[in-house]
Design a protein. Structure first.
Length: 319
């Protein structure tokens, strides 16, 4: 999470869990903005500022995005319901407090939370997995998780490589262990899972291929490409192989060519802007392949800049 003071005397909250340094800025009032190093050293400060400034725990109106995919998250966090005739899939939750909000959103759309049969996720941090325990007790749904995040999910992310036990939540049993390229199926929806590690060891990118009203759409849910303050990439790395993981993930995500892309943090893909345009434009408002390309390029550039900083590489003089 990167911070800077603006002329108005606010803190620009520019990086959240997984955002890298290129996420859209959100403002938080503060007299003395914390430095990057303070955020790296104080996990609780990092979480407190992110959850408030980016509205992680504020309810949001649900909305249909395309075909069977609906947004059911909070103002800041991307949670998605994928409906089928044989039961529904829930992708992600939010903070531990988000469970009742997700349930309310699903019911507002006219669906029954109890019809959720499968739950999947992007990665096992508290802001995306904190309410899986709540949802599993309510629905009895099976949980499928990439193998390298299974331990984190079941322990509630205890002994995290960066946050230790500071961001722990209620752990939840994983029913199916996924490996790169595995698929999950519910009704006529088939979702391949791709292992894109870096942000966590088991970060997972999901792809949906849909046909809606005779038109084909590739919908991507990218994950794993961003880092937070305090992540170490090359010098005393946070975990062995993290830099290679990030570079492989950036390459893999560059190869994805979605029509529509959604993500764990709503500012990434401009949920509110696209939601507003969709009132008049329909599904077309969500189509944004160029935005996806910029997003991945920004992640890649932020990573390489951070590597250079760790290695003490001098920045080129501004022109």
């Amino acid at each position: 999470m990167a911070f800077s003071a603006s002329k108005a005397g606010v803190v620009a909250l520019a990086v959240v869990f997984g955002a890298g340094t290129q996420a859209r800025s959100q403002a938080l009032p503060a007299e003395r903005p914390p430095t990057k190093q303070q955020l790296a050293n104080d996990n609780n400060l990092f979480l407190a500022l992110a959850r408030k400034g980016l509205k992680w725990e504020e309810p949001a109106e649900p909305v249909r995005i395309v075909g069977p995919i609906y947004f059911v998250g909070t103002k800041g966090l991307g949670v998605f319901l994928i409906t089928t005739s044989e039961g529904h899939i829930l992708m992600n939750t939010g903070m531990p407090s988000s469970g009742p909000m997700i349930v309310d959103s699903i019911r507002k759309l006219g669906f029954k939370p109890e019809d959720i049969k499968l739950m999947i996720n992007g990665h096992a941090h508290i802001d995306h997995a904190g309410a899986f325990g709540f949802m599993k007790k309510l629905t009895g749904a099976r949980l499928a998780v990439m193998k390298d995040d299974v331990a984190a999910m079941e322990s509630g992310d205890r002994d995290d490589f960066k946050y230790a036990n500071d961001f722990a939540y209620e752990g939840v049993k994983v029913d199916r262990v996924l490996r790169d390229g595995d698929t999950v199926r519910m009704g006529d929806v088939l979702l391949p899972a791709y292992h894109t590690p870096g942000h966590t060891r088991g970060a997972t990118t999901w792809i949906a291929n849909l046909v809606v009203d005779g038109k084909a759409y590739v919908v991507a849910f990218p994950d794993g490409a961003g880092f937070n303050p305090g992540y170490r990439l090359v010098t005393n790395p946070s975990y062995a192989g993290i830099a290679d993981d990030y570079r492989n993930t950036h390459h893999a995500l560059e190869m994805v060519k979605p029509d529509i892309w959604l993500a764990q943090h709503n500012e990434y893909y401009d949920l509110e802007g696209k939601r507003k345009r969709a009132e008049t434009e329909g599904v077309t408002a969500w189509v944004d392949p160029e935005g996806y390309r910029r997003f991945i390029a920004d992640k890649k550039r932020a990573f390489e800049d951070e590597v250079d900083e760790e290695l003490g590489v001098a920045k080129p003089a501004a022109k």
